[in-house]
Design a protein around this ligand. Structure first.
Ligand code: GRF
Length: 217
């Protein structure tokens, strides 16, 4: 495995995993780890020929025990990055401090608005005009941590949960591979005040496609 590899943590559907696999990043995925043995994403990972680990959190008495196994599995690969892609476990500060500035997450809202598991529903309920997705470093507080990039989609008067969620998801599928590539290419800098700067290059427009003009990084 290359030095510049990363690990993906999933719990469910795996559409972000699939989007990442459909880019050249696939060759750098060291393994996919799921806490849920039933995760559909595991099938996707298998179809792409990726190494898989299932670490079922229900088999451990405490969060800490689960995380010790998770960490020792991750450490087998010495990854440069740990990307959460629909990973539905809250991580303890012990785990997070093992990997400073190495864990990232994608969330379906413009953080800090609408943290938690119902972001799209909460956005609809609030009747916001714009919504979107955020990629951020993970710290011990749910859906917090330095923001790396944010993309925007509009909302429509007749949006329902399905319509808004799928518009955001399409954005996610461009944004997440884009950010992962930037990190693996050392194109990020965390400034002393916590602001994350991302270097811009000519290929960004191609990689972000129609979302280029509505993505901030
Ligand atoms: C995405 O909406 C992501 O933003 C959130 O969980 C969902 C995962 O979807 N953190 P998928 O499993 O990648 O399809």
């Amino acid at each position: 495995m290359k030095d510049n590899c990363f690990v993906l943590l999933i719990s469910g559907r795996g559409s972000n995993l699939k989007a990442i696999c459909n880019t050249k990043l696939r060759s750098q995925i060291a393994c996919v780890i799921s806490n849920n043995p039933e995760a559909h994403g595991l099938e996707i990972a298998k179809n792409f020929g990726l190494k898989i680990h299932i670490i079922n959190h229900r088999e451990y008495n405490t969060r800490e025990e689960f995380e010790k196994v998770l960490a020792s599995t991750i450490n087998l690969y010495s990854p440069k990055l740990i990307a959460l892609a629909g990973f539905m476990r809250i991580l303890t500060s012990w785990f997070v401090t093992q990997y400073p500035n190495k864990i990232i997450n994608i969330h379906p809202s413009i953080l800090p608005a609408f943290v938690g598991a119902n972001a799209q529903k909460d956005a609809l309920h609030a009747k916001v005009k714009i919504s979107g997705a955020t990629v951020h470093f993970v710290n011990e507080k749910l859906d917090h941590g330095p923001i790396i990039a944010q993309g925007i989609v509009n909302t429509e008067f007749d949006d329902d949960l399905e319509k808004l969620s799928s518009r955001i998801l399409e954005l996610e599928h461009h944004l997440y591979p884009f950010v992962i590539q930037k990190i693996l290419d050392n194109q990020l800098k965390i400034n002393s005040n916590g602001y994350v700067s991302v270097n811009k290059t000519e290929t960004d427009q191609t990689n972000l496609g129609k979302f280029f003009n509505y993505t901030f990084y």
